[in-house]
Ligand binder design. Structure first.
Ligand code: ATP
Ligand code: MG
Length: 251
């Protein structure tokens, strides 16, 4: 479980990116952090694995304050899929996936085996793709590599920052379905960032609506659609709610 309590992050230039955010992520769930550009989603994810340090408040992972843990140990328990992919262009697909295992000092043969296992999981046949380089792949394929890389050291948690944001609707839908499959196979706890309401409704066991550095409401899609807690949440879901009714009726 991950728990954020009254978390604040003000950047050096005075920008208040996160302002009193509290949120609990339960073991095994996919929590979608939904909010518009600049509301503090990436900052929140980076605070959790200490890519940036918080200004105030506290964050616990598995009941332990992240400030009391070794950074390497903390990061080993958390896989991170960066916004905008961030594959290493000079490394093959296999080497990209094995970056963390190599940092952890795994034997070369074990790294290779693990990378190939994950390529199978994300449906990139190793015989075809292991030796390819990122610029030889489509956007969707690169995202699959990004997901495989985050899973390499078998972390309990997965932080995914708009992983499918740059993809066309069809590819995006396909990867969403595959993430649901991978999640049911691997039983990870996932925080998934998006600004797409339909993606949030598809993937989230719960959705946390974020606005100006805080959580406006956190709940299941049924709870949020039935009883939006604030005007902001009501407005955000008003159009999708109408479209959902067209698809599914009033229930
Ligand atoms: N290194 C930084 N220094 C100063 N301000 C920053 C820095 N990084 C982000 N910000 C600001 O903090 C706020 C939150 O940024 P953040 O990247 O967390 O937003 P986001 O919700 O992930 O947005 P997007 O959907 O566009 O990725 C924004 O106003 C942004 O300009
Ligand atoms: Mg972001």
């Amino acid at each position: 479980m991950i728990s954020l309590k009254h978390v604040f992050k003000t950047y050096a230039d005075g920008t208040p990116a996160v302002s009193g955010l509290s949120l609990d992520i339960k073991a095994g769930e996919t929590l979608v952090l939904l909010g518009s550009s600049g509301c503090g989603k990436t900052t929140t994810l980076k605070l959790i694995n200490r890519l940036i340090e918080l200004t105030n408040g506290s964050i616990e992972v598995d009941g332990r304050n992240i400030m009391d843990q070794e950074i390497t140990e903390l990061r080993r328990s958390i896989g991170y899929v960066f916004q905008g992919i961030g594959l290493f262009p000079h490394l093959s697909v296999e080497r990209n996936i094995a970056v963390v295992p190599r940092l952890l000092g795994w034997r070369k043969s074990k790294c290779q085996k693990r990378a190939r296992e994950l390529m199978d999981l994300v449906k990139l046949p190793p015989s075809e793709y292991a030796c390819q380089y990122p610029d030889q792949l489509s956007g969707g394929q690169q995202q699959r590599v990004g997901v495989a890389r985050a899973l390499a050291a078998d972390p309990a948690y997965l932080l995914m920052d708009e992983p499918f944001g740059a993809l066309d609707a069809l590819t995006r839908n396909q990867l969403q379905q595959e993430l649901l499959r991978i999640k049911s196979e691997l039983k990870k706890t996932i925080i998934f960032v998006t600004h797409d309401i339909f993606e949030a409704l598809t993937l989230g066991d719960r959705i946390a609506v974020m606005h100006e550095g805080r959580i406006e409401q956190c709940g299941s899609k049924e709870e949020i659609l039935a009883a939006p807690a604030t005007e902001f949440v009501r407005d955000l879901f008003a159009k999708p709610a109408t479209q959902l009714k067209l698809f599914y009726g009033d229930n």
